[in-house]
Write a protein that binds this ligand. Structure first.
Ligand code: PLP
Length: 458
């Protein structure tokens, strides 16, 4: 019997995809009309599509392929683990070597005290787990009313019911009757967009005090936790002023509010340290990890737990009634361990902090003089180029003009993956990118800004 030949032309893949695949955050009629771009392979920082076009991936997939594409060792480790033990669960008082080793490996790199881990499959489910553990914690303290979690505008924490509720991108709520009760939002620390005449430092204090105002409004006895990404990624690479996180920590301490650092983007070297918490001096009770944990070679997330929550969970004397079929999956755990080892062996975090990160940032700053660029910001291997109509007033273009989308489309057409958040172009290339590739990235970005300027008639 001969196998049916597979039609793998771009058009055939697009047609199957359009018929059967509901994409994340996508208008399907629009996508079906033009056909999805088909990515076929990748190596280093380069993607190749089904038409043979090469694209420099300035976004590491979704801020996540930190060690770059084409790492044979990660494939080998996954293959070996699939042959040895493809799956076993961690319910019923069993464990396996990969998950045990992963905990020990993670504890080498997480901030001191955060060394108890709960595993899942995505950043969203990790945040869901945290919401449950916040409830469990305060229930165990005999304070069942202390449950509201405060989050911020521009926050992105994922798409499950709880994680979408925590997210502060308002478009994520109305279709699903969210946010659910028990979540409150305050202004995020977006100085460039919202800081007005305040200095960055004064605005950082102002924004942190919005959290305190909300706590006082709701009553500290009703507020269980605060959640924040050290740098807000999907909201537009919003880097808080230096005054923000110290004030947030003071407020959480004073009002006995647990602190959740969502490290899904910032973790695993992105900001030039292992975690954004290291970069900003945050001591979290919970840390959300995903993406860079396995460099996205395979899905996995982890919740890191420290302090009094860890003490409670370790000494409850009763079941914690939570866990997934795939919690600590052995293949994912084996890949995560090897991924972290690669980062350690190659000094990728130090490289992001002291070598290629500063180089990327310095080269991107050259774009600040472009007529469309209001601000270039970034740290380590995460950056943003904010497009404005009027530099002195920091005024944006009318959103209907789609300045960010125009720039993004030029970027793809010119061989660079750069994403638009409103009119802010965001970048987060693999930590392995070379200086020569950074040069290509920056020169392509400059060309795309010129083309965008031309299209906007400026
Ligand atoms: C900060 C942050 N938290 C959570 C998530 C959700 O992760 P996932 O898409 O793996 O569910 C994301 C995804 O981009 C994120 O950026």
């Amino acid at each position: 019997m001969t196998a049916t030949p597979v039609n793998n032309t771009t058009a055939a893949i697009q047609a199957d995809d359009a018929r059967h695949h509901l994409h994340p955050f996508t208008d399907h009629a629009g996508l079906a009309a033009k056909g999805a771009r088909v990515i076929s392979s990748a190596e280093g920082v380069w993607l190749t599509d089904s038409e043979g076009n090469r694209l420099l991936d300035g976004m590491s997939g979704l801020w996540s392929v930190n060690v770059g594409y084409g790492r044979r060792e990660l494939a080998d480790v996954a293959h070996a683990q699939l042959m040895e033990l493809p799956y076993y669960n961690t319910f019923f008082q069993t464990t396996h070597e990969p998950v045990a080793r992963l905990g020990a490996k993670l504890a080498e790199v997480t901030p001191r005290g955060v060394d108890l881990f709960v595993y899942g499959n995505s950043g969203s489910d990790a945040n869901d787990t945290i919401v449950k553990l916040v409830r469990l914690f305060w229930n165990a303290q005999g304070r069942p009313r202390k449950k509201t979690i405060i989050s911020r505008s521009y926050a992105y924490h994922g798409v499950t019911m709880a994680a979408a509720s925590l997210s502060g991108l308002t478009a994520m709520h109305p279709q699903f009757d969210l946010p659910m009760p028990g979540v409150a939002h305050v202004a995020g620390p977006y100085w460039y967009g919202d800081g007005g005449d305040m200095s960055p430092d004064a605005f950082g204090i102002w924004a942190a005090r919005q959290v305190e105002r909300k706590i006082l409004e709701l009553g500290a006895g009703n507020v269980g936790a605060f959640i924040g990404e050290p740098i807000q990624g999907a909201g537009g690479v919003i880097i808080p002023p230096a005054t923000y996180w110290p004030e947030i920590q003071r407020i959480c301490r004073e009002h006995d509010v647990l602190l959740i650092a969502d490290e899904v983007i910032c973790g695993f070297g992105r900001t030039g340290n292992w975690f954004g918490s290291d970069t900003f001096g945050i001591t979290p009770d919970f840390m959300t990890m995903a993406k860079g944990l396995t460099s996205s070679y395979i899905p996995m997330s982890a919740v890191g737990i420290g302090g009094r929550v860890k003490d409670l969970l370790m000494n409850m004397g009763e079941e914690v009634v939570h866990g997934y079929t795939y919690s600590g999956h052995p293949v994912a755990a084996a890949v995560a361990v090897r991924n972290i080892e690669i980062m350690q062996e190659e000094g990728l975090v130090e490289r992001a902090g002291h070598d290629i990160g500063p180089y990327l940032q310095a080269r991107l700053r050259e774009l600040a003089s472009h007529p469309l660029v209001g601000e270039v910001r970034g740290i380590g291997m995460i950056a943003a180029i904010e497009i404005v109509e009027h530099k002195p007033s920091r005024a944006h273009f009318d959103p209907k003009r789609g300045a960010g989308m125009i720039c993004r489309n030029h970027s793809f057409a010119n061989g660079l993956v750069m994403r638009a958040v409103r009119d802010t172009m965001v970048l987060a290339p693999p930590l392995t990118i070379t200086r020569a590739e950074v040069d290509i990235l920056v020169e392509t970005a400059a060309r795309c800004l010129d083309l965008t300027q031309r299209d906007l008639g400026r």
